[in-house]
Write a protein that binds this ligand. Structure first.
Ligand SMILES: NC(=O)c1ccc[n+]([C@@H]2O[C@H](COP(=O)([O-])OP(=O)(O)OC[C@H]3O[C@@H](n4cnc5c(N)ncnc54)[C@H](O)[C@@H]3O)[C@@H](O)[C@H]2O)c1
Length: 467
């Protein structure tokens, strides 16, 4: 069977990039979403996104794509990728309700269709949910047995916001969970077309559904462990005079079993996946009665406390260099959880902004494409800060540099922001301004406080850096 017509259910941060990548690979794609406004925007070219290549791919491959709110359109396709939200519950599990609703609806639509539909679950789900909840729902709705009347694969993606299309087109691996080889082979055939022009082909990892579910959350949880290790080593290095955290992590990462990726001391992890996948991993162990296994929880608490280190350093500088003045303005260059996106999910920069807004007269934030309402909404929901009046968002970086006394650089990546930043600071007299360089990206300057190369909580040697 050759699957040329594919539907994608859920056109969000991950779903829409999957639509365009499939269309580019020669498939006819039907994008289905319950959000009427989103579908209208996509159909009238009013859709906006900062995700690299997304808009250009939509324009270029749009003739192979249709967008609709109608689930009945799955009838014209033989494969459905399901990428709807699975929000975290109070006990940190992924709630599969929207996936279950979506597959139920598709199943009903396909009752009288005689092809063997392939369901591809991309949404992140708890280990066991595909077998225990999703497959039985489809069997009921469709009136056919798994393997006989339909195929199913669990196929999570490993992408980072701000490079979703690149990551989809150039993965190191494709993880396919399935209970039968035919289902996995159908999905592999689709990916063979997606990677047809790649010089290095990704590795296919074919396992059963539950194994794939366990692998997905443990990959992310183990990356959070690595990031946490880098930050733990940072704290240790700060206790030794003359020890450079970057030389230490480079040495540790040079071991071929470890590697340097994600092994840089600085701020912690954030975003829509790492924090909740790590907590879901912990929740899974508890659910299975393995109550003594607390590593993910330790990682969570360690990570959660990192932004407080920045606010402690900022307070120290305000005392030591500004005589504890109450009217200081703090500038923060970047609020998103990483570069190349305005996604604020679990952003450590937002936590820093929240803590600083409680201490200082004013906090000015630089982030292109971000509104102050978006930032305040995030602070209300993530930090339980309902009334914040002293935070502003600026799209002109020079305003921040001009008016701030202390400037914080929480986002890792010299290319995006730093070129502009270096150009802007060259226009100002920085003698009375201080910079907290969370990732040690700035060239050496007297007023730069390099996170990890200085003793923030213990004996603060500000004098050393400022003179
Ligand atoms: N965003 C990421 O970086 C990322 C990475 C890996 C995995 N995931 C997983 O992918 C899933 C989706 O994440 P996202 O970030 O793309 O979500 P999102 O919130 O950006 O988008 C989800 C879309 O699904 C739509 N939707 C909800 N119910 C629907 C239904 N019944 N039928 C059709 N459309 C429906 C929503 O309107 C929305 O447009 C989640 O399980 C997430 O954990 C996301």
């Amino acid at each position: 069977m050759v699957d040329t017509n594919i539907s994608v259910i859920g056109l969000g941060k991950l779903g829409l990039p999957i639509v365009v990548v499939l269309a580019k690979s020669g498939f006819n794609v039907t994008g289905i979403d319950t959000n009427k406004k989103l579908v209208e925007d996509l159909n009238t070219d009013c859709f906006c996104s900062m995700e690299p290549d997304l808009l250009s791919y939509l324009r270029k491959y749009g003739s192979s794509i249709s967008f609709t709110n109608q689930p009945s359109n799955v009838r014209n396709t033989t494969v459905s990728f399901i990428i709807v939200p699975t929000p975290s519950t109070e006990n940190n599990m992924f709630d599969p309700s929207l996936v279950i609703n979506a597959v139920r609806e598709i199943g009903k639509e396909l009752r009288d269709v005689d092809h063997k539909h392939l369901f591809v679950i991309v949404s992140t789900v708890m280990p066991g949910d595909t077998i225990d909840k999703i497959i039985p729902t489809i069997e009921d709705a469709l009136g056919k047995k798994h393997g006989e009347g339909f195929d199913l694969c669990y196929n999570p993606e490993f992408i980072a916001i701000g490079r979703v299309i690149y990551d989809l087109e150039n993965p190191d691996k494709v993880l396919i969970g399935s209970e039968n080889i035919n289902a996995a082979n159908r999905l592999k055939d689709i990916y063979t077309d997606v990677f047809a022009t790649n010089s290095t082909k990704p590795k296919f990892i074919s396992v059963n559904n539950t194994e794939a579910e366990i692998i997905k959350i443990h990959i992310n949880s183990m990356v959070t462990a690595k990031i946490t290790y880098a930050n733990m080593i940072t704290d240790l290095c700060e206790t030794f005079p003359g020890v450079d955290i970057d030389r230490v992590t480079e040495g540790v990462g040079s071991d071929y079993r470890i590697g340097n990726k994600y092994l840089t001391g600085g701020l912690g992890f954030g975003g829509p996946c790492f924090p909740r996948d790590n907590l879901a991993t912990q929740a899974l162990y508890i659910r299975k009665g393995l109550n003594n296994y607390k590593i993910p929880l330790d990682i969570h608490f360690f990570n959660r406390d990192i932004p407080t280190k920045v606010s402690i350093i900022t307070k120290k500088i305000s005392q030591d260099r500004f005589g504890g003045r109450k009217d200081l303005t703090i500038g923060v260059i970047g609020a998103s959880y990483k570069n190349d996106t305005i996604c604020l999910d679990e952003s450590q920069a937002v936590s820093i902004i929240g803590y600083l807004s409680k201490i200082f007269y004013k906090v000015m934030v630089y982030q292109k494409g971000l509104s102050v309402e978006m930032l305040l909404d995030c602070m209300r929901s993530n930090l339980a800060m309902p009334h914040v009046h002293n935070v502003s968002v600026e799209s002109d970086m020079s305003k921040i540099v001009e008016y701030s006394n202390i400037i914080i650089l929480p986002v890792l990546d010299p290319q995006t922001i730093f070129q502009e930043f270096n150009e802007v600071i060259s226009r100002y007299k920085i003698g009375d301004k201080y910079f907290i360089d969370c990732w040690r990206q700035m060239p050496d300057k007297p007023n730069v406080i390099k996170f990890g190369l200085y003793h923030p909580i213990r004996d603060v040697k500000l004098q050393h850096w400022a003179d």
